[in-house]
Each structure stands twice: as structure tokens, then as C-alpha cells.
Design a protein around this ligand. Sequence first.
Ligand code: NAD
Length: 259
Amino acid sequence: MAKTALVTGSNSGIGLAIARQMAQAGYQIALNSFTDRPEDHALAETVAAETGQRVIYLAADMAKPADCRALVERAHETLGGLDVLVNNAGIQFVAPVEEFPQERWDAIIAINLSSAFHTTAKAIPLMKAAGGGRIVNIASAHGLRASPFKSAYVAAKHGIVGFTKTVALELAGSNITCNAICPGFVRTPLVEKQIDDLAATHSHLRKEEVVRDIVMQKQPSKQFVTVEQIGATTVFLCSDAAAQITGTTISVDGGWTAQ
Ligand code: NAD
């Protein structure tokens, strides 16, 4: 029977690319986001048609613990198994700590960090019963380095790196690995909004100058990471070649964290 993968936050950006590449690698896929629109289900049909795999869409809000846990159960029941869990859902908000809205802090910690605790806690017994599995957490270069004005995001991403290591140790020897991918800047809607906000603040700069002079300051390669590169890294972490890779981070960041 085909293996199965659940990717949280996968109707856009990196999550969608991971889902596409996992489907191309032969997995049945559960896509997810918090919306439940006809276009979300149509997207699942599109990826299914592209890849020849079964692809379903399951709405669940990763800000809500009960939704996170129910999502894992529904994916397992509907697809008939859960071999891979990719914790990808994430949001961003940028402000100085003393002005950071409490509600934004709570949402970032809930979606970018706590959701992975809830999905992972629910997935582990299912993976153990099946004799193995893979957990891939989409952290960030901000799981390893800080930037000003991103306190909640940096705290959540450092948190998920620590969580990844702990889960890996608890699962060592059980044929379940847990790793984190740490992307640098990838040009998805999440980053496009930051570029637009920076362009508004630095009104003397054109958008591509904002990218070159501000965003790419962090990334020595001066090139965006592509969503396909993160998808392929996820497929690798789920392959037999990666069976002994656990509790670690893989940076895909154009040299950001070499600095
Ligand atoms: P994106 O905005 O394109 O995708 C985010 C996804 O999460 C979307 O599918 C969105 O619907 C979903 N999501 C948001 N809130 C949700 C909720 N409450 N419940 C369920 N789903 C929810 O952004 P992206 O850049 O593809 O981000 C994906 C992940 O990659 C995030 O964890 C992000 O922190 C991480 N990341 C992104 C970059 C980058 O440069 N784009 C770099 C490092 C890490």
C-alpha cells in the first residue's frame, strides 16, 4: 500500500511544494489549512491529477489544540495510515517587543510551535503501532539565529528546534526519526508581505532594491531558496538514506547560518 503523509499549512508556499514532491515520490497526501473553501478541495484534486496519487484536503486550525489532534486522527483514518508528519503551518508578524501585540505573540506561538506538539503527540502512537515513521518540522534560519523585531517567530522557531531534538531522543531506536529543516528566505506569500512592508517603510527604495539591499543582507548566496528545494529536502529526510539522521537541523539557507 502507498505510504501516506500529512503536511500542515499546505494550501500555499512551502507546504504545498512539500506535498507536491511527496506525492511525486509516491505518497498519498493530506493537505491542510484553516479554511474550508471549494478551492482548497480543488487544489487537492489538482495535485492528485498532477501526480496520480490520492490527495485529500482536511480543514483544521493549527491555532487550536483540539483541531491539531483531530487532524492527525482524520488523516490516519481517511488515508489508512500515517507514515510522515510534516509540521509546516506558520505565520509571521514583525514589531518591536514593547509594541508586539499580545494576540499576535499568542497566535505565532500556537501555530508555529504548539501545533507541532499536539500533532506529534497524536502521531507517535500511530507511528509506533505501524512500526515506524518520519516527522519533519519546518523551522527556519530563525530557529538558529535571531533578527530584531521578530521576537515571537524567533522564539517559536528556536522552540521547534529544541522540540525536534527532544522528540528524536525519545523515539531513538523506534524507527521514527524527527528532524527540522531550517530554510533561509523563500519567496512565498509570507515573505512577499515582509518585502511589501519594508518597501512601504523605505519608500525611497524600489521593491527589488529592498530585496537586494535589505532582505538578501542575511543570505550570502543573494538568491532565494526555492520551495522545490525544501520539498526535495523533505523527500530526502523521508528516504531510507536518512534513516539514521535524527534530532538534527538541515539548513537550506544560502549560507545564512555559516556567518
Ligand atoms: P505561506 O504563508 O505561503 O504558507 C503558510 C501556510 O500555513 C499556508 O498554507 C497557510 O494557510 C497555513 N496556515 C496559516 N495559519 C494556519 C492555521 N492557523 N492553521 C492551519 N494552517 C495555517 O508561508 P511559507 O513561507 O510557505 O511558510 C511555511 C513554513 O515555512 C512556515 O512555518 C514558515 O515559518 C516557514 N519558513 C518560511 C520561510 C520563508 O522565507 N518563506 C523561511 C523559513 C521558514
